[in-house]
Design a binder for this molecule. Structure first.
Ligand SMILES: NC(=O)c1ccc[n+]([C@@H]2O[C@H](COP(=O)([O-])OP(=O)(O)OC[C@H]3O[C@@H](n4cnc5c(N)ncnc54)[C@H](O)[C@@H]3O)[C@@H](O)[C@H]2O)c1
Length: 363
């Protein structure tokens, strides 16, 4: 099948996509900066299966700062998921980080991908590029992001379009809608609600709970992204990836509580700036062009996410004998400079300076 450069491989969506691409027969060069947006332990755990696969090279590197020369050598296609996620945290001084990780990193990777002549560049955009109109949202809607995060995701998307139009890169941007499922980021609502119920804590709800989201299961997101790698679509395409059903946050809580057999205690806090009242995506274009269909209903998806939370708790209580905390077994290869005979094949600790890191490059 060829080799995919998968950025953000240690993240929530990236780790699932990596596993799916390996199952489909792709080899993967996965790059991640292991940012501290949330616990590094969760990112290491996300990589447990991938780090054992001989089809996967893992590289620690920052796309916004490091020298990307060589990163795309031997790569056939790119999926760019790396970025700084999250709406509420993107105001104030944090914005600089969002610009660096969502805009600068994307532009630098686009340059490298153009120079390498890859066959396809798939980019993770977001429903946050839309304005306050609830939907069903179609790709041609007027874009009025409500948050600095949304503005940086839109900037990334616009840049991808420019490289498609002017530099001959074959691109697809996918606007993901509220992704949930096993390994979900800890700042996201479904994750927070499940953890609070398991701990018998009150559930913090921002606003009145009537805000609604088009919750889309991670395996459906992965299937669309994987299809976008090879689908015959016009370069510069932008497609919604959504289940197409808007569910109020209070109903999501109801489902989680029923599945856990728990009685939720809700603590309301003021609505946060940037939170849109409702999203519902129309994914007809993705259905047709990617020959894709979202197949996971909310209750089944929530059940699978709960199973992951429970399993994780068990594993934390009883660490597997012989599992060395904080190490990856197959973090390999410097991609931008040839390895010297003294340098080891595998690098141990994530984030340590070593042979699996990219050298710092010009900004
Ligand atoms: N989760 C969602 O609901 C959702 C919705 C819409 C769009 N998205 C987009 O999908 C992508 C993945 O989201 P996620 O929820 O898996 O987030 P995540 O934070 O779990 O994963 C992102 C990964 O990118 C890495 N990263 C960040 N900056 C980097 C850089 N400069 N160089 C290399 N690696 C870097 C991080 O360390 C992290 O592991 C993001 O681009 C996000 O904006 C996510």
């Amino acid at each position: 099948m060829g080799c995919v450069l998968l950025t953000g491989i240690a993240g929530f969506i990236g780790s699932h996509l990596g596993e799916s691409l390996v199952r489909d027969g792709w080899s993967i060069r996965g790059v991640d900066a292991f940012t501290d947006t949330y616990a590094l332990g969760q990112k290491r755990d996300n990589l447990a299966a991938l780090s054992r696969s001989p089809m996967v090279q893992l590289v620690t590197g920052d796309l916004a700062r490091d020298d990307l020369h060589g990163l795309l050598e031997g790569v056939d296609a790119v999926v760019h998921l790396a970025g700084e996620p999250g709406v509420p945290a993107s105001w104030g001084t944090a914005f600089a980080t969002y610009v660096e990780r969502n805009v600068i990193a994307t532009q630098r990777l686009l340059e490298a991908a153009t120079a390498a002549g890859v066959s396809r560049f798939v980019h993770a955009s977001s429903s946050s590029v839309y304005g306050p109109d609830g939907g069903p949202l179609v790709e041609s809607a007027v874009l009025r992001p409500l948050s600095p995060y949304g503005a940086t995701k839109l900037a990334g998307e616009v840049l991808v379009g420019a490289y498609a139009q002017q530099r001959g890169l074959s691109t697809v941007s996918l606007r993901y809608f509220s992704v949930y499922g096993p390994r979900q980021r800890p700042d996201m609502a479904t994750h927070r609600f499940i953890e609070a119920l398991l701990d018998h804590r009150p559930l913090v709800v921002y606003g009145d709970g009537r805000q609604a989201r088009d919750f889309t299961f991670v395996a459906d997101i992965v299937a669309a992204t994987s299809a976008a790698l090879t689908a015959a679509v016009a370069t510069g395409s932008v497609l919604n990836v959504a289940r197409g059903e808007s569910v109020e946050v209070r109903d999501l809580i109801g489902i989680i509580a029923e599945e856990l057999g728990a009685e939720p205690r809700i603590e309301h806090r003021p609505q946060r700036a940037g939170d849109t009242p409702r999203t519902e995506g129309c994914a007809d274009a993705a259905r047709e062009l990617l020959r894709w269909e979202p197949v996971t209903d909310l209750r089944s998806g929530v059940r699978r996410q709960i199973e992951w939370h429970l399993r994780r708790r068990l594993e934390t209580q009883e660490p597997l004998a012989g599992a060395a905390a904080g190490t990856l077994s197959h973090v390999v290869l410097p991609v931008s400079s040839p390895r010297t005979p003294e340098e080891p094949e595998a690098v141990g600790a994530v984030g340590a300076v070593g042979a699996g890191e990219l050298p710092r490059g010009p900004r």
